[in-house]
Design a protein around this ligand. Structure first.
Ligand SMILES: Cc1ncc(COP(=O)(O)O)c(C=O)c1O
Length: 450
C-alpha cells in the first residue's frame, strides 16, 4: 500500500499524463504504471484503453481530384457552378426531404429559417436551454426572446409537457433541439404547435440522419437546420443546410439567403424580399457531397456501438444512459449519460472524468447553465429589447431561469464521450465499459486518493 503522500505524488504525475488528453481528442492514453488490469490507472493500474481514438475531422485522398477541379475552375461562388445545388439535391434525397438549401453555417440556417417563419422583433420562440448557444443567439439576432422549455432529465431534450405554460400572445415558433443527435419527442411538440398555430423550426445541427417514427429529423417541422462545421459528422469546416417538406418555404429561404433575390416559386416583379448573404461556396459543397456514403456507413457503426454501450453501461450503478422516444434512432454526436455521484462514493463529475480519462477514455461534462453567461442580460438591457418589451416582462423573463425544471440537474450530471470514439471496434467499447466499471468498483479509494 502506498503511503498517502506518495499516492498524492503519483496521482499528480498520472494527472499530468492525462492532462494531455483533450477529452474529445484522438490522443494516446497515459502511460501504464502497473500491470494490474482491474486497478484504476490513477491508482497504479493499467489503463483500460491504450490505443488512442480515431482523429476528427477526416480527409480522404480520393476526394482531392474533385476539390482541386473546383479550385482550378475558378468558379467558386454559389451561382457560377452546379455543385452547391447538386449537394442540395443529394442531401434532400438522403433525408427524404422535399427540398434543401445549403447555407454558410448552421447558425445562418437557423437565422434564415426564423426570418422565413416570420419570427421578428418582439416575438418569442420556445427553445430548449440545453443546447449550443447558437440556438439562443439565432433567436436573439431576430430581436426575439428565447423562452426556455424545461429539460427532461431522461432524454436531455425539451420536455413537451412544459411548452403550453410558456406560450404568450407573442409566441411565434417552437425550436426543438435534437441535441447530441437525440431526436426530440416531436409528436407532442408538433401537436402543441398546431393547437397554437406556431411554426416549428428544428435545430438538427447535431442530428444528420437521426430518425423519429420513420422520418428523419429536419423533415418533421416546417424547417430543419443542420451544421457542417468541422466537428460534425459531415464536416466542411463551416457550412449548413435547411431542409423541408415544403418547396415554397425553401424558395423563400433561398431568397433571404441570397440578398433577397427572387427564387423558384417566389418569382416576378416585386418579388425581391429583405435578404442577406448566407451562401455556401462550391468548395464546401464538393467536400460535403463526397461524404454521403461515409456518413451513412459511419452512422450505422456509431449506432451499433452506442447500443452496446447503452446495454452495458446501464448495468453500472450510478450510470444512466439516455432514454429515446419510442421508435426513435439517435445518431450520437456525443454519447451522453447521466452520472450519479452518490453511487461513486461522492466523487465529483470532474474527478470521475479525470479518473475515466486516465483509463484512456476521454469524457467530460458538456453544457452549463448558459442563460447566466451574460448574453441574455446583455440583450434584455439593450435599447431595442427595452423598446420591445415592458420592464415587468423582461424582469419576469430573467427571473424565470431559476424556475426551469430539469436543466440545472442535467447540466450538473451529464457526462459525454465524443462521436469519434463510437467509430472504434467492439473491443474499444468494452474498454470504455471496463474503464467506468473499474472507477465504480474503486471509487472509495479513488476519492480518498484525489
Ligand atoms: C445544436 C447546435 N445548434 C446550432 C449550431 C450552429 O452551427 P454552426 O456552428 O455551423 O454555426 C451548432 C453547432 O455546433 C449546434 O451544435
Amino acid at each position: 500500500m502506498q503511503h498517502r503522500s506518495e499516492r498524492r505524488r503519483f496521482i499528480r504525475s498520472a494527472a499530468a499524463g492525462s492532462a494531455a488528453l483533450a477529452w474529445l481528442g484522438g490522443r494516446k492514453a497515459p502511460l501504464a504504471f502497473s500491470a494490474e488490469a482491474d486497478k484504476p490507472a490513477l491508482l497504479g493500474g493499467t489503463p483500460a484503453h491504450k490505443g488512442g481514438w480515431t482523429g476528427w475531422p477526416q480527409w480522404r485522398e480520393s476526394w482531392e481530384p474533385q476539390v482541386l477541379n473546383v479550385l482550378r475552375s475558378r468558379r467558386w461562388y454559389r451561382l457560377s457552378a452546379p455543385h452547391v445545388s447538386d449537394f442540395e439535391k443529394g442531401y434532400a434525397q438522403l433525408l427524404g426531404a422535399k427540398s434543401c438549401l445549403a447555407t454558410a453555417s448552421g447558425t445562418t440556417a437557423l437565422t434564415v429559417s426564423l426570418h422565413v417563419m416570420d419570427v421578428g422583433a418582439g416575438d418569442e420562440v420556445i427553445v430548449s436551454p440545453y443546447t449550443f448557444i447558437a440556438s439562443y443567439n439565432a433567436i436573439l439576432s431576430a430581436m426575439a426572446l428565447p423562452v426556455f422549455a424545461d429539460t427532461d432529465p431522461a432524454t436531455l431534450t425539451m420536455d413537451p409537457a412544459s411548452i403550453e405554460s410558456r406560450i404568450t400572445d407573442r409566441t411565434r415558433a417552437i425550436m426543438p433541439v435534437h441535441i447530441f443527435g437525440l431526436p426530440c419527442d416531436m409528436d407532442p411538440i408538433s401537436a402543441a404547435a398546431r393547437r397554437h398555430k406556431l411554426a416549428v423550426i428544428e435545430d438538427a445541427c447535431q442530428a444528420w440522419l437521426a430518425d423519429y417514427k420513420g422520418r428523419k429529423c429536419g423533415t418533421l417541422g416546417d424547417l430543419g437546420c443542420f451544421s457542417f462545421q468541422e466537428s460534425k459528422h459531415i464536416p466542411s469546416g463551416e457550412g449548413g443546410a435547411i431542409t423541408s417538406m415544403s418547396e415554397e418555404l425553401i424558395d423563400k429561404c433561398n431568397s433571404f439567403h441570397n440578398c433577397g433575390r427572387a427564387c423558384g416559386t417566389n418569382q416576378g416583379r416585386g418579388s425581391f424580399t429583405r435578404g442577406n448573404n448566407y451562401r455556401m461556396t462550391q468548395v464546401q459543397a464538393m467536400i460535403l457531397a463526397q461524404q454521403f456514403d461515409k456518413l451513412v456507413k459511419e452512422t450505422a457503426v456509431r449506432q451499433a456501438n452506442a447500443d452496446h454501450l447503452t446495454a452495458n453501461l446501464g448495468k453500472i450503478p450510478g450510470i444512466a444512459p439516455v432514454r429515446l422516444p419510442e421508435n426513435a434512432r439517435a445518431v450520437w454526436h456525443l454519447y451522453p449519460f447521466r452520472y450519479d455521484a452518490t453511487q461513486f462514493s461522492g466523487m465529483s463529475l470532474g474527478q470521475f472524468a479525470h479518473a475515466v480519462g486516465a483509463e484512456g477514455v476521454p469524457c467530460g461534462g458538456v453544457y452549463h447553465e448558459q442563460y447566466y453567461d451574460g448574453l441574455l442580460d446583455e440583450a434584455i438591457a439593450s435599447r431595442g429589447y427595452k423598446r420591445l418589451w415592458s420592464a415587468e416582462r423582461l424582469k419576469a423573463y430573467r427571473d424565470s431561469f431559476k424556475e426551469l425544471k430539469g436543466n440545472k440537474q442535467v447540466c450538473e450530471t451529464t457526462v459525454a464521450m465524443g462521436q469519434n470514439m463510437l467509430l472504434g471496434e467492439r473491443s474499444d467499447m468494452d474498454h470504455i465499459i471496463d474503464a467506468i466499471r473499474k472507477v465504480h468498483a474503486h471509487s472509495a479509494e479513488l476519492v480518498k486518493a484525489m
